[in-house]
Design a protein around this ligand. Structure first.
Ligand SMILES: Cc1ncc(C[n+]2csc(CCOP(=O)(O)OP(=O)(O)O)c2C)c(N)n1
Length: 380
């Protein structure tokens, strides 16, 4: 007889789930530990990035699932609606539902109690898994997630795992020794080109690659300068360009280039740590740093005052970090062969080009990108 954790793993296996992103909850700790061995694990720094990574995985035709705590749903809602829901991508959400059963932490109660109402209000389908018998509901509903491109939440009561929760030993973290001085290798560079000029400069090098572009004017500029069916013009979900690119790079063998922005990276910086940890060799992140929220009127971001994005990327553990400002520097940075993940800190002047809206429906954009990725020699 399988225990509840083994049964859930079996259901996921049966439904050919490929990638499992998670952020821990004490009540599902042994389930999470077991799952690390059964599926490709994506450890998250914040639940929202998992939505972006899962979207990328789904765009590559694979099957994502997430395991998070109920409090984490509060960190995901915009991305769930404006990315997963808007683009009709599949996502199975397994939520450790705190605050409703033998809860010892009072702060879990407000979110836990309101979670069904929050999901209902957001139009996200959910099913309560309150007893071991309810695992049958997962068996029934999970296939529809991937067949019908739906978001489906399963609210896992701690009661389900009461008997087995403490059984698995958690693998301990490694604690590296660090040097006490931080190397400062950066030459002094100043921005020379606008975002538009930068995209024009690198456009010939983007051929045949999957491009995930930051929302707003960057996407419009890319469309005007170099539309190709493998460009994904992100809408709505600010901060998700790098996670989406990371997801595609993990789930396909296509070369992926993310054109991100300083404001967006500052919104979701932890995803650089996730990217550094997973370290895909087919991913390049270009951080176009114009020290401003260009798309909303050019308000200053904190890269103009105190934050150094290259140092941030290095601090998060990305091995290849290149700073670029001039035309040749930028092209060379993109051409440079890196053993693994590459991060280009592209110093840009503020300002937007006058470019029209993108005359491409978002579902058509999704269809084209998915067809392009499918055309690659994938992992099937
Ligand atoms: C969650 C959320 N907050 C705010 C916005 C409004 N918004 C859209 S684009 C943008 C600026 C993005 O700035 P950056 O990533 O630096 O790119 P840039 O336009 O400067 O190239 C903002 C604030 C949004 N779409 N979503």
């Amino acid at each position: 007889m399988l225990n509840p954790e083994e049964r859930i793993i079996e259901v996921l296996r049966h439904n050919r789930v490929d990638f499992l992103s998670s952020l821990p909850c004490d009540r599902i700790k042994s389930l999470l530990e077991r799952m690390k061995k059964a599926f490709f694990p994506v450890p998250l720094t914040r639940e929202e990035e998992g939505v972006g990574i899962s979207a990328g995985i789904a765009l590559a035709g694979k099957r994502p699932a997430m395991f998070v705590q109920s409090s984490g749903v509060g960190n995901m809602i915009n991305a769930l609606l404006s990315l997963t829901g808007f683009y009709e991508l599949p996502l199975a959400l397994f939520i450790s539902h705190r605050g409703i059963y033998k809860e010892g932490i009072a702060a879990q109660v407000p979110m836990g109690k309101r979670l069904p109402g929050i999901l209902k209000g957001a139009g996200i389908a959910y099913a309560a898994i309150s007893t071991v018998d309810d695992i049958r509901t997962i068996e029934k509903k999970l296939p529809l997630v991937y067949d019908k491109n739906r978001i489906q939440a399963f609210l896992l009561s701690p009661a389900v795992f009461e008997e087995v929760c403490d059984s698995a030993a958690i693998s301990p973290p490694s604690c590296p020794v660090r040097s006490s001085t931080v190397k400062d290798s950066a030459k002094e560079l100043k921005p020379l080109m606008s975002r538009y000029d930068m995209i024009r400069e690198i456009a010939p090098l983007l051929d045949g690659k999957v491009i995930v572009c930051n929302l707003g004017i960057p996407s419009k500029e890319l469309y005007a300068l170099k539309h190709q069916p493998s460009n994904f013009y992100m809408l709505g979900s600010m901060g998700m360009a790098t996670p989406i690119g990371l997801g595609i790079s993990l789930a396909s063998n296509r070369e992926v280039v993310v054109i991100d922005g300083d404001g967006s990276i500052l919104m979701n910086p932890g995803t650089l740590a996730t990217a550094a940890h997973l370290n895909p060799s087919n991913l390049t992140i270009i951080a176009v740093d114009n020290s401003s929220y260009g798309s909303t009127g050019g308000q200053p971001t904190l890269t103009g005052s105190c934050v150094d994005l290259a140092a941030l990327a290095q601090g998060f553990g990305i091995g290849t970090v290149i700073r670029a400002a001039g035309k040749k520097q930028l092209r060379d940075a993109l051409r440079e062969r890196a053993p693994k993940l590459k991060f280009i800190h592209a110093l840009a002047l503020p300002g937007n080009a006058k470019v029209p809206n993108i005359p491409l429906d978002h579902m058509e954009n999704k269809r084209q990108v998915m067809a392009f990725i499918r055309g690659a020699q994938g992992f099937d």
